[in-house]
Write a protein that binds this ligand. Structure first.
Ligand code: FE2
Length: 290
């Protein structure tokens, strides 16, 4: 058992390279249809395919997620003293006997153009229900990779509190072969958020109660330049070359707009900005054949 103290205080200057004071400006991006392939059932049910739906027992639609607009990648934070390399690859840090409030953390990893990043590495670590880090083994440590749609999901518990810090989860996120973002995720409405000098509201998850557990949502934006007309890190979402037509990635289409693709004509059903993989034949929630 370690004595955590407040060892997560930042080392001055150590992580300032990616920290900046640029303003936070956000715009809504209808990008949940990144999972267009997965959203088909919702589309068939008449549910807006561009909203992230509650996975199980929720019953209400969550807000359409946002992605930063390119000048505000997810801010870095100190690694703290408790990171250990070589964590197990796993998406769940709990088992039947784990003590603590169950927490599911999910979201997407994007680059600066809000294009999802497939196969991005996420390495999570946190303390247990009592605020203790496992520094001998790998309890509450695990890494995973985003899927082809850039999504990740972590099953864990709400971390406990320890002296000097507010409630938080540590994570490292890495574009394949790229630079590592080390940061922390926070919980809203925590009294200690107001007194923890490391706390950054830009790193607050959206958290809600679900049954006896909680769900946290957070999307990472890596400082990775992207051309929104391509999906450079996601070969599995790349389709064959468009066989001609007026449809193009990056264009915002309004409901009722007409395009041609692959020799056929389509009418837009929902206003959206076209992304790789959202070709009209692939997205019946967005386009119908004219
Ligand atoms: Fe910590």
């Amino acid at each position: 058992m370690d004595t955590p103290m407040d060892g997560d205080r930042p080392t001055e200057g150590a992580l300032q390279d990616e920290t900046d004071s640029r303003h936070v400006s956000r715009r809504p991006v209808l990008r949940a249809a990144v999972a267009a392939g997965v959203a088909l059932p919702a589309a068939l049910m008449g549910v807006p395919a561009l909203a992230r739906t509650v996975p199980s027992t929720g019953g209400t639609l969550e807000l359409t997620p946002e992605c930063d607009d390119g000048d505000d990648p997810t801010p870095p934070q100190t690694e703290g003293p408790y990171f250990k390399p070589n964590s197990p690859r796993r998406t769940s840090l709990v088992d039947a006997g784990t003590v603590g409030t169950r927490l599911t953390v999910s979201g997407y990893v994007f680059g600066l153009a809000c294009v999802p990043i497939a196969n991005a590495l996420l390495d999570f670590w946190q303390c247990d229900n009592n605020g203790v880090y496992d520094n001998r083994g790998y309890r509450f440590r695990g890494h995973q990779f985003t899927g082809p749609d850039g999504k990740f999901t972590l099953q864990t518990i709400v971390p406990g509190l320890y002296p000097g810090r507010t409630r938080h989860i540590h994570v490292k996120v890495q574009n394949p072969g790229g630079r590592i973002l080390t940061t922390q995720l926070y919980f809203p409405n925590e009294p200690r958020n107001n007194t923890d000098s490391i706390f950054d509201p830009r790193l607050l998850m959206t958290v809600r109660n679900v049954g006896t557990g909680r769900e946290g949502l957070f999307d990472f934006v890596l400082n990775v330049p992207q051309n929104p007309t391509t999906s450079p890190t996601s070969p599995t979402t790349t389709t064959s070359q468009p066989p001609g037509g007026t449809w193009s990635v990056g264009t915002t289409y309004s409901t009722g707009a007409s395009v041609t693709y692959g020799g056929a004509s389509y009418v837009c059903l929902q206003t959206h900005t076209a992304q790789p993989g959202w070709e009209p034949p692939n997205t019946p929630a967005l386009w119908r054949a004219a």
